[in-house]
Design a protein around this ligand. Sequence first.
Ligand SMILES: NC(=O)c1ccc[n+]([C@@H]2O[C@H](COP(=O)([O-])OP(=O)(O)OC[C@H]3O[C@@H](n4cnc5c(N)ncnc54)[C@H](O)[C@@H]3O)[C@@H](O)[C@H]2O)c1
Length: 353
Amino acid sequence: MSAVGTVLVTGGAGFIGCALSQKLAGSAERWVVLDSMHPQVHGDTVRPTELYDDAEMIVGDVTDAAAWDTLLETVRPDVVIHLAAETGTAQSLHEASRHSRVNVVGTTEMLDAFGRAGIVPGLILLSSSRAVYGEGQWRSAAGELYVPGQRSHAQFENAQWDFPDSEPVASSAARTWPTPTSVYGATKLAQEHILSAWVEAHDSALVILRLQNVYGPGQSLINSYTGIVSLFSQLAADGKSIPIYEDGKITRDFVYIEDVADAFVALLKHAPKQGLVRYDVGSGVGTTIQELAQHIADFHHAPAPHVTGAYRDGDVRYASCDIEPTTAALGWQPQWSVERGVAGLQDWIAAQA
Ligand SMILES: NC(=O)c1ccc[n+]([C@@H]2O[C@H](COP(=O)([O-])OP(=O)(O)OC[C@H]3O[C@@H](n4cnc5c(N)ncnc54)[C@H](O)[C@@H]3O)[C@@H](O)[C@H]2O)c1
């Protein structure tokens, strides 16, 4: 990867950033991380042990124009991997400004700083999210595809979890129109649009990876707003019964961190010289929360999970993606089943204790 020269990774001290550094930093000329070390994610950690030893780390905020100007005096990135974000999907409903400031304004501050410094990176990679799809598409009993939109507060109150007489369809960047149902999802979609407009106007290249639910070793164990697999694991390891929302049939596509890092590696080999491409990155398999909780409880011989009927406004009922276009384009294939990934994560959590 030495041809790519200097790589700048915003939010590069986080879960995905550290995993990428282990796979890629050794073959870059420079690997520079800009990260605010968000206390909700890192507690009082100064530098994560999972970050590649030779990675240069600058503590700074992507919303801070002066921090950008100072950074770009000495760092001229050839590739930018933009990971810095507020990531609390449910939290974003109540802290919309905070999520928008970091995710949207943080992105525009970065681009404005590039403009002031006269820098046009050859490639920008954005870690976008399945949250941009919202509920995506569903298929009616008559076989028609439709976009159901968001479940209302009244529907939740009446425990109408599913859309009547319909089944969900896996999302795909090629055919699913984004309709986010969370403020977080809306900010991730805004990042996509902003970067796309800028890159097209500067003859640069943008790759958008719409990631499903990433889990695995290195994910923050103290951030109660993300990382359901880690949260469930800690409950079960403590011998507690895992509480499950709705009727237990909320479905997610859980993709292991190794597979996600490998997708970024494949991507850098196949990145376009100019223009925009979008890829879905997941396991391609939908797992209900009940199934996930049961795997984890079984692993720890914990009491059976219990369905609570509780819900969160804005929560999506079903999320999974069609990975076939991504595997075909990148020659990448996820290797980790949920069973194997859950086991791998438990060993890491135990080692942290
Ligand atoms: N983990 C997932 O399941 C998942 C799924 C879809 C998309 N994503 C996206 O991937 C990216 C990385 O997620 P992650 O799971 O590694 O999360 P993370 O919270 O572990 O990492 C995010 C990093 O960004 C840093 N950060 C937050 N605000 C910042 C700011 N204002 N300035 C500079 N740095 C800041 C944090 O300190 C943290 O180190 C995010 O953009 C997220 O939206 C993650």
